[in-house]
Design a protein around this ligand. Structure first.
Ligand SMILES: Cc1cc2nc3c(=O)[nH]c(=O)nc-3n(C[C@H](O)[C@H](O)[C@H](O)COP(=O)(O)OP(=O)(O)OC[C@H]3O[C@@H](n4cnc5c(N)ncnc54)[C@H](O)[C@@H]3O)c2cc1C
Length: 416
């Protein structure tokens, strides 16, 4: 008998945790008359600690590579063989009327077929968001990311001028890492590197960098950046860049960066760290909100798309501040509701499936921003954190210490 497919699109924080949680806590309690299979579809066959990109892009020596990248299929060999399948490819069209998902298969893993169409019983969209700079995540597969890092690393030793657009955490972390790596850190008695080897400039349209943090904390970050030779331009927007693909499709193109105040900066390397774009191109536009995320309610259902269709993580519209800790709080709620819907669809008595769970986001400021390998700023639950604590929790290895639990599913051993 063909299994009922529970398809999960995206093999990262949202997708892999959902898969583990369902395999551990939903499939075992579904009525035995039907077989079920969890199918994870992802453009990359490896999961990675995305937060580490600002440091990892510099050199493979920064992190143990076998912890930074993990093979997705291997993480699921712990479950019965017939309950899990991995498909290496990109979702290219979701037909929510006929309940089919079309996948363009990764040519390296699937030399004999180009596409696959899967009929789904339930589907979870966890395809996240892409960054304009391909250095900052799995915009395509892992091979592509390594190629981008290799090209960047070749250009780094001769770069004399680096311009980074964006004063949010990704831009500031990248500037701090590059500054410390290329310029070193000034000593106790000089507060600023007078003649940095490499001129690194962060351009931010806001009146302070790290706008989510209080102004005093942002000022402290600016001082730490100055210590590693980074200059910050605030209230300034990048109006254009020439060539237009510099930093995006051509990451090491020498670029002319045109600012809205008329100034022009020459860059040997230009890194756009401004915002993200939700990976939703395969969905019907009617399912998307104005910012192109999937319209998702606070039970994680995508109501406009029919029964048993859900979204989670950076791609979903129901969170204000997408982040890994928000996803970790979301997983038990999404999975409880999905399990409930699967049981109802299997004919389980409604009186015994429990109530829907509703997600409430903790909107207090929770943001830590390392600036190089020994300093950092941040706030947790609205409280300012000392630099040493930011280093201890995040700056040492950019959360790599947490991903073993997540990727292996040990985080979800107990139903929450
Ligand atoms: C540089 C940087 C630093 C960050 N630092 C932090 C931090 O310190 N703390 C924090 O909490 N958050 C941080 N974030 C945010 C955090 O990384 C995201 O919230 C998190 O990665 C979102 O997880 P996700 O599973 O929703 O999607 P993503 O991590 O974006 O993963 C999406 C997955 O879907 C796959 N995919 C994409 N399109 C398709 C498709 N069409 N079909 C199939 N698969 C597809 C991708 O390959 C990827 O595997 C950072 C983000 C960046 C860019």
């Amino acid at each position: 008998m063909a299994p009922k497919n529970i398809v999960i699109l995206g093999g990262s924080y949202g997708g892999l945790s959902t898969a583990h949680y369902l395999l551990k806590h939903a499939l075992p309690v579904l009525p035995a008359q039907d077989p079920y299979q969890v199918i994870v579809v992802s453009t990359s066959s490896q999961a990675m600690c995305r937060q580490a990109c600002p440091r990892a892009m510099i050199s493979d020596d920064m992190f143990p590579q076998d912890k930074l990248f993990v093979n997705i299929p291997e993480l699921f060999t712990q479950y019965p063989k017939d309950q899990f399948r991995f498909v290496h490819g990109a979702a290219t069209r979701l037909d929510h009327v006929t309940r089919r998902i079309t996948i363009t298969l990764n040519a390296r893993s699937n030399p004999t077929a180009e596409t696959e169409v899967i009929e789904y019983h339930a589907i979870v969209i966890a395809t996240g968001a892409s960054t304009p700079s391909p250095l900052l995540g799995l915009n395509q597969d892992e091979v592509f990311l390594h190629e981008q890092w290799t090209e960047f690393r070749k250009a780094l030793p001769t770069a004399k001028r680096i311009v980074i657009a964006g004063g949010g955490p990704a831009g500031i972390e990248t500037a701090g890492e590059l500054g410390e790596y290329l310029n070193g850190r000034s000593g106790w008695f000089s507060s600023k590197r007078a003649h940095p080897n490499v001129s690194i400039t962060v351009v931010s349209s806001a009146s302070q960098i790290l706008p989510a943090l209080r102004p005093a904390v942002a000022k402290k970050a600016e001082k730490f950046l100055a210590d590693v030779g980074v200059t910050v331009l605030k209230n300034t927007r990048v109006k254009g860049v020439s060539p237009s693909d510099a930093g995006t499709r051509n990451i090491t193109a020498k670029a002319t960066v045109i600012l809205d105040n008329g100034r022009v900066l020459d860059a040997d390397i230009y890194i756009p760290a401004i915002g993200t774009t939700p990976n939703t191109g395969f969905l019907d536009p009617s399912l998307l909100s104005d910012d192109r995320r999937v319209k998702t309610n606070n039970t994680f259902r995508v109501e406009d798309a029919g029964l048993r269709i859900y979204a989670i993580g950076d791609v979903a519209s129901n969170v204000q501040h997408p982040a890994v800790h928000v996803i970790l709080n979301s997983i038990p709620v999404l999975c409880a509701n999905l399990k409930r819907d699967l049981r109802l669809a299997a004919g389980v008595d409604p009186a015994s499936v429990g109530e829907d769970r509703v997600f409430e986001e903790d909107t207090r400021t929770n943001q830590m921003v390392p600036i190089g390998q020994s300093k950092g700023v941040g706030e947790a639950m609205g409280f300012q954190l000392p630099s040493v604590l930011v280093w201890l929790v995040k700056g040492r290895d950019y959360w790599l210490w947490t991903t073993g639990m997540l990727w292996s599913g040990r985080q979800w051993v107990k139903e929450k």
